[in-house]
Design a protein around this ligand. Sequence first.
Ligand code: F6P
Length: 324
Amino acid sequence: IKKVGVLTSGGDSPGMNAAIRSVVRTCAYHNIECIGIYRGYQGMIEGDFKEMGPRSVNNIVNKGGTILKSARSTEFRTPEGREKAHENLLKAGIDALVVIGGDGTFTGGLLFNNEFNFPVMGIPGTIDNDIFGTSHTLGYDTALNTVVDVIDKIRDTASSHNRLFFVEVMGRDAGHIALNAGIGAGAEEILIPEEDLGLERLLESLQKSKASGKSSSIVVIAEGDKIGKNVFELKDYVDANLPEYDVRVSVLGHMQRGGSPSCFDRVLASRLGVKAVESLIEGKSSYMVGLQNDKVTLTPLEQAIKGKTEIDRELLRVSDIMST
Ligand code: F6P
């Protein structure tokens, strides 16, 4: 390969810039040209390209977001859109792609590879950690630290006013952020999509906690949980059934996606970028680079998209024991 295109697509996540930097510098190290593609697949369709040398990625290892910007392209879902994108790549002399994002990004990359036999490697970047074939996606560790930090602050108010806080966190259909940040922040209960606690058990647990002498509590709720009420309806429900509680709601939202990446995410991004480019050099294609047992591994993109990421059920037990 002579020229690698790199793009970020889907929701941004901390560590994406560190991954771009790693791809660009690994290309330079191996004397391969590198082209940044702006706004994900949409920029590919529009030919929004920029040459990137090792100095073009100075001072971004510590920056959140993505300097290449991101988009969710509907046009790329059409054969005409992908045809246009392919023509632009050929015109620019790009002969391989590194795509950084989540399962939507990988689905686009795989389709592109199947249609045009174009070499593609994926780097998992999403705070949700919902990609099969890696224990960590880029941005997940940073998001956990952000959430724990914020809940620590909320706890100050919860404890000063003897309140119960429902804190909603992101994660789309997965409960990884809720479960791990919940344990880290000492949550009383954690509601995740993978395990429906049920309203009755939630009430029982809150009653028990009050009876055991706790005066304030934090309940962490994943945005995709299956309890059947949104976080505000949940507050109303508890208000109606447990009047002894003074309940407040805090929806953390997009602050979870921002900020400077943790050291873990920076190191992971650097490792994954090197592996992605060097795998392309070795002639590999249609894989996702990931981390398994602290080793950088390759998983076929198809499996990464279709495989199910399980939560560690032992963590649920740990959380139960910790709320004794
Ligand atoms: O996939 C990352 C994520 O932040 C999810 O946790 C959340 O459900 C979604 O993206 C929000 O998407 P948007 O930024 O488009 O509102």
